[in-house]
Design a protein around this ligand. Sequence first.
Ligand code: CA
Length: 317
Amino acid sequence: MDRQPIIIAHRGASGYLPEHTLEAKALAYAMGADFIEQDIVLTADDVPIVVHDIHLDTVTDVSKVFPDRCRADGRFYAADLTLSEVKQLRVIERIHHNTQHPVFPQRFPVGASRFEVATLAEEIELIQGLNKSTGRSIGIYPEIKNPKWHRVQEKDISRIVLNLLSDYGYRRSSDNVYLQCFDPRETQRICCDLKSELKLIQLIGENSWGGGDVDYEDFRTQAGLQKIAAFACGIGPHLGHVVSGKVHGELVITDLVSTAHRCSLEVHPYTFRADDLPEYATSLDDLLEIFLEKIGVEGVFTDFPDRAAKFLMDSMS
Ligand code: CA
């Protein structure tokens, strides 16, 4: 690739501020991200909001504000609250559902300050507004979350999100947006049935991560990647799909990236975190060097966009 790799701010500058808050997005913008990520779910009144999960209980105080609104499984769902109810919640640094302990203890203090859940429209207006006031051109990188689950709630999340993106001027492959999804049937539907021209990224998970009805191992083969190339311009694999570890001091690099490149697919792996490194990497810089210089991926999802920007700046000088 002759183009500079892109830095995708994973849930914003989430290494520093609670994920998916507008504050985390503004910080990511200032830190030099090329794209800023939005995970999207729908409220009861079908408003796209920017949160990672269909549940709200690991990133907000929903269990205190609406204690009687959980389902039989004890979880609180965005789809059960209207936007005006969601707006009464405080966003907190992510905690584990079972233990209530912070997922990343070194990060922003849980419950400090005051943050709210943003709608997708609010976030796009923030990024487009900053593009206007700074003269830069930073892109968005929305993810359609759990389309199948939304369909069970009688919600067509992809159609709603595509309409909103279109309203804000994101319609064509040349527009500054990548749209991503873990469900290959939905990514294909977005391309083939909903006729979206946006650049699409097929995320690659592990078969063991639940859902259980998508065979990601099949999608990581040459034949699987060729299928993806018919509707997407790239893949978003887990770090472990690209480097499986270190044996006798040597990195074990899979053939996923080279095969994807043969299928003309870009590769944007997730997630580059300074505080959650794979065993084989000695530092975030070391990990970035392996993926950006040794392997040559086209983009990185990172919680620390400043660190990736500095790495790229240093490697150019
Ligand atoms: Ca995501």
